[in-house]
Design a protein around this ligand. Structure first.
Ligand code: NI
Length: 177
């Protein structure tokens, strides 16, 4: 079911979400289905449970080339529950980000260039990956949502933050992500 996506300013986007304690349940499966339906309907690169008002540590991302990031490598479709991120090395990379909860805007955010992430899939199976680049950026953006952090909170140079159609005139940036 396609759900309403909360927008920045809604206090539910600021909460530190609760870990999932039971896997493979109909309730968790329904949540994941709603996240996937809503992400696809919005043509998003990822979506976190708090963005649809659910206070649980669940994110979905990847799966298809993004209209907004046509040059980015395809990130495998992933449902990640109770994620744990471990940065590898000190390298930070800057890149443009948008968010479905902050429609119409883009900003440059510095993220860890390489990291290891772990967690579980909805059935409780372990996930353990080492990634870099765009994949690493997407994971960091989505997992930030679980701690109540929206990407504008990480923008340090507001000369590189603004409206998508003003920043990138003439570019079909698609829907917001
Ligand atoms: Ni977001």
């Amino acid at each position: 079911m396609i759900r309403e996506i909360l927008r920045m300013g809604d206090p539910r986007l600021l909460s530190v979400c609760q870990p999932v304690t039971e896997f493979g349940t109909p309730a968790l499966q329904a949540l994941v289905a709603d996240l996937v339906d809503t992400m696809h309907a919005a043509d998003g690169a990822g979506l976190a449970a708090p963005q649809i008002g659910v206070d649980l540590r669940v994110v979905v991302f990847g799966g298809s080339p993004s209209a907004r990031y046509p040059d980015a490598p395809v990130v495998p479709f992933t449902v990640l529950v109770n994620p744990v991120l471990t940065p590898l090395g000190d390298t930070m990379e800057e890149g443009w980000e948008g968010c479905l909860s902050v429609p119409g805007l883009r900003g440059v955010v510095a993220r860890h260039g390489r990291l290891r992430y772990g967690g579980r899939d909805p059935d409780g199976n372990l996930i353990d990956r080492t990634v870099d680049g765009f994949h690493a950026r997407v994971v960091q953006h989505e997992c930030d949502h679980l701690d109540g952090i929206l990407y504008p909170m990480r923008v340090t140079d507001f000369s590189r933050f603004g409206y998508t159609d003003v920043l990138f005139p003439g570019v079909d940036a698609g829907a917001d992500d």
